[in-house]
Design a protein around this ligand. Structure first.
Ligand SMILES: C[S@@+](CC[C@H](N)C(=O)[O-])C[C@H]1O[C@@H](n2cnc3c(N)ncnc32)[C@H](O)[C@@H]1O
Length: 277
């Protein structure tokens, strides 16, 4: 606790760590699997360099798109960031990033490989009213997913309440070849599609609602897994991760105490000890 307070005080005063970052590969002492949340103040690339290899299950964030005049809305070094993402991510991990045209093309161009697929978030209101006379009004955002190197984790979520019973004798289809016979089974709802219909939850510059964050975290992680949000702003993803029993590490240039303090970060060094926990 004391070391956390010292670190927190230092990060509040200085904003950046006093020592240059080094890749700490550490004496690995896995934390107990109980949930832990940690916040790092400063540049995300700088801090990511201090994380252990293959220690993270999910990198999920809504970054600056570099398309407005907000002072935080500058272009990030995507090539360098992806190199760190790939290093800290477990082989079955996923990278999930919010974006929209034209920013998604920058992201895809600078990432080391194309994304595997995307989600589409339909918002309740349009987001570009000033452009109404020169292009269609926009009410969606893309969420691109880069799967891990092998066997990327995906835990499909079911939605809806309707019950349905189905059975199949098996088929031979021209599209997918032979399908296996299925015994009669009753299921509730259906698997989540990639189309997400959620009202925005605007809090300063944050727009992701807790329900959307929850769906993404549950789709890619299990309890005890590590989620990193490298532009976490006020830390709503940390509050959601904590409520779901995930470990969470947030990074932001600025410290917004409200939600982050709710996360009660126990240790600044947590991630360096999480390898294969
Ligand atoms: C659009 S806000 C993110 C909103 C937040 N992800 C959410 O959905 O609640 C962008 C955030 O990125 C942070 N940011 C910008 N550049 C950064 C960098 N190099 N390292 C860490 N954080 C950065 C800004 O301080 C700002 O809080």
């Amino acid at each position: 606790m004391i070391s956390y307070l010292i670190d927190l005080f230092r990060s509040l005063c200085v904003g950046r760590p006093s020592k240059p970052p080094t890749a700490i590969k550490a004496e690995v002492k896995p934390l107990p699997r109980q949930m832990a949340t940690t916040f790092y103040k400063g540049d995300n690339l700088h801090w990511l360099k201090t994380f252990a290899d293959k220690s993270v299950h999910l990198i999920y964030f809504n970054p600056p798109f570099g398309t407005t005049q907000n002072d935080w809305d500058h272009k990030l070094d995507w090539t360098a960031l992806f190199a760190e993402f790939d290093r800290v991510l477990r082989d079955d991990g996923n990278i999930v990033i919010h974006c929209s045209v034209p920013f998604n093309y920058t992201l895809i161009r600078e990432a080391p490989r194309p994304p595997s697929y995307s989600w589409y978030w339909k918002k309740e209101k349009i987001t570009n009213p000033f452009l109404a006379k020169i292009q269609p009004l926009r009410n969606t955002e893309e969420i691109l997913v880069w799967r891990g190197r092998s066997k990327a984790a995906y835990y499909p979520q079911r939605v809806g309440d309707e019950e349905r019973t189905f059975t199949s004798k098996g088929n031979n289809t021209t599209y997918y070849g032979a399908t296996t016979p299925q015994k009669a089974q009753t299921v509730k709802g259906h698997y989540q599609t990639h189309f997400l219909d959620y009202k925005r939850s605007i809090d300063g510059f944050a727009t992701r609602p807790a329900e959307l964050i929850e769906l993404i975290i549950k789709s890619y992680t299990k309890e005890g897994d590590v989620v990193v949000d490298p532009t976490c702003y006020k830390g709503l993803s940390g509050v959601v991760a904590k409520s779901l029993g995930r470990r969470w590490v947030g990074i932001d240039l600025h410290f917004f105490p409200s939600l982050l303090l709710e996360c009660s970060p126990p240790s600044q060094k947590a991630l360096n000890t999480l390898v294969n926990a």
